[in-house]
Design a protein around this ligand. Structure first.
Ligand code: ZN
Length: 131
């Protein structure tokens, strides 16, 4: 089953989408299988990371800015090449194991939509497969 979600994002930042992913898995009725979370945008991404200390989200964005600075020599006319680089580095999708009707996540893990070029209205997909 395929589920789609919409969200409003900040300028740059990580949005916790763990509950939406859990909801999709639950609604699918799949007990054992896999779940793919997919971001259909070129300046955003999805990832799994710590959901305990909110400072991790801030540090994540700060680290990405250091790693992928907005260079004056970039040629892309939209002026958001740094966001395109971050998007590809983090990735457009993640795969989670589904077991006992839930995505298998570690104690400190959450699923995040990563916005690198907001604020925008974005969407993501959750595909759940199994039985
Ligand atoms: Zn662009």
């Amino acid at each position: 089953m395929l589920f789609d979600f919409q969200l409003s994002t900040p300028a740059e930042g990580l949005v916790d989408i763990t509950s939406e992913v859990c909801e999709a898995v639950s609604e699918s009725g799949v007990n054992e299988g896999i779940c793919v979370v997919y971001c259909p945008h070129t300046t955003a991404a999805v990832t799994v990371n710590e959901n305990a200390d909110p400072d991790v989200k801030t540090d994540f964005i700060m680290g990405m800015e250091k790693t992928f600075p907005d260079l004056s020599t970039f040629r892309h006319s939209e002026g958001n090449s740094d966001a395109h680089l971050k998007s590809s580095a983090v990735g457009a999708s993640i795969t989670l194991i589904v077991t006992a009707g839930r995505p298998l996540l570690g104690t400190w893990q959450g699923v995040y939509f990563c916005e690198f070029d907001g604020p925008r209205t974005r969407k993501f997909y959750v595909k759940v497969m199994g039985g």
